[in-house]
Design a binder for this molecule. Structure first.
Ligand code: S3P
Length: 437
């Protein structure tokens, strides 16, 4: 189900390049920025967040916090200051507008469900197509009163006190896990949660950073209810999922050399680095540090001699790489043995149907691809040609095909290129600076 553009569509032309070289510092991680914004909004005191994501999505989370009574001050160039509501969100005069952001809608639902007001959450066309039953179910078990429209937004929440539950997540989703943890933090009793596949654990680190108690006992996460949060000062690590586009671009040229500073390297997010090595990339990680439980390092990538091999991506790896699969698929034709992706059905319910859009756009560039319900097979050793690409208003599709375009013959037009701003507004500026023509 690809979403329909509701804003004028910008066309960006991407020309082939000879090499990919340089050094950049990327804006803050989208996932971590959302969590810091929301927990800062609930906490007591003023949180200062440096290197906050410049993407539109985390700014939707900040706007929701302001609507809920927090003070969000963006006037300082070095940080965003969020003064929280000390545990008591106010009613909102307007619906909470989550824009294009599934993370905002799902995680915020858990955060606001115990507050004694009636809230409506809305989003853009794409967000209104995305499944929300996955959060309604566990939150309702906790006693939340949540109404959806046929499983989708708009969401109405009538705030009410919550009780702890013992929950096994049926789908690997960090957003669902976070909705339950955020609700559990404020519920009566201790909430337990187990995951079939371990998803990104930024919420766990963020909750601890803001002073919450949280335990992992074997496979189970446990969060006692009735907890209060206090403000922090934090620097958001650079976004590895944004870095992924440039890391993959560097793999396409024998003499590339790319250095990315201060990138988040949380082990639950860094499967891409293993895949790059398996494909034939040479990675060096330098200056590793830890901030608020998150690992940060400098990454240098080159292509190893001998070119790119291929890889099969399935099982837990597909869930761990979910945001990076579009760009890996986009460079797959340039590998020797191709890339086969399975167990990635979740791609069909992201900002667009990412399986359908990747397959259609690869075919538009001349590639041979087989579509599967839960993935795709992309043959290796294929030369792509420039084409008109449909981003489907999906940021990761716009950026992934800009990378495929770097080694195609002829020019590629990315239609709906403005979507990149959802997570990475500076993408095309950096792409141009790093491309050696
Ligand atoms: C995210 C989790 C993932 C990911 C999304 C961000 C998060 O979604 O695709 O871009 O910040 O928790 P799911 O939790 O739905 O898999």
């Amino acid at each position: 189900m690809s979403s329909i553009a509701t804003t004028p569509s910008k066309v960006q032309t991407v020309r082939p390049t000879r090499s990919f070289q340089g050094s950049v510092t990327l804006p803050g991680d989208k996932s971590i920025s959302h969590r810091y914004a929301m927990l800062a909004g609930l906490a007591e005191g003023t949180t200062r967040l440096s290197n906050f994501s410049t993407g539109a999505d985390p700014h939707s989370s900040l706007a929701c916090m302001a609507a809920l009574g927090a003070t969000v001050d963006k006037s300082n160039k070095d940080y965003i200051a969020v003064t929280g509501v000390s545990g008591h969100f106010s009613a909102s005069a307007t619906p909470l507008d989550c824009g294009n952001s599934g993370s905002t809608m799902r995680m915020l639902a858990g955060l606001i469900a115990p507050h004694p007001h009636t809230y409506t959450m809305i989003g853009d066309h794409s967000l209104t197509l995305r499944p929300m039953e996955r959060i309604r179910k566990p939150l309702s078990q906790m006693g939340a009163k949540i109404d959806l429209l046929d499983g989708h937004a708009p969401i109405t929440i009538q705030g009410t006190p919550l009780k702890a539950i013992d929950f096994d997540t049926p789908i690997p989703s960090a957003q669902v896990k976070t909705a339950v943890l955020f609700a559990g933090l404020q519920a009566e009793g201790t909430t337990s949660l187990s995951e079939s596949v371990r998803t990104r654990d930024h919420s766990e680190h963020a909750l601890k950073a803001f002073g919450a108690t949280l335990h992992r006992i074997g496979d189970k996460l446990q969060i006692p209810g009735g907890q209060k949060l206090r403000s922090i000062d934090a620097t958001v690590p650079g976004d590895l999922s944004s870095a992924a586009f440039f890391l993959c671009a560097a793999l396409l040229f024998p003499d590339s050399n790319l250095v990315l500073d201060s990138i988040g390297m949380n082990p639950t997010r860094s499967a891409l680095l293993d895949v790059i090595v398996a494909l034939g990339g040479a990675i060096k990680v330098l200056n590793v540090e830890e901030h608020h439980g998150e690992m940060i390092g400098t990454i240098q990538v080159n292509r190893a001699p001998g070119g790119l091999k291929g890889i099969d991506i399935n099982g837990a790896l597909s869930a761990q790489l979910i945001d990076e699969l579009p760009v890996l698929a986009a460079i797959a034709p340039y590998t020797r043995d191709g890339i086969r992706i399975r167990d990635a059905k979740e791609l069909r319910v992201k900002e667009s149907d990412r399986i359908a859009l990747v397959v259609n756009n690869l075919r538009a560039m001349g590639a041979e691809v087989t579509e599967h319900e839960d993935g795709m097979d992309i043959a290796g050793n294929q030369q792509l040609h420039g084409a008109a690409i449909d981003s489907g208003t999906d940021h990761r599709i716009a950026m992934a095909f800009s990378i495929a375009a770097l080694r195609a013959t002829g020019e590629t037009e990315i239609h709906g290129a403005e979507a990149a701003a959802i997570s990475f507004p500076e993408f095309f500026i950096h792409l141009d600076a790093l491309s050696q023509r």
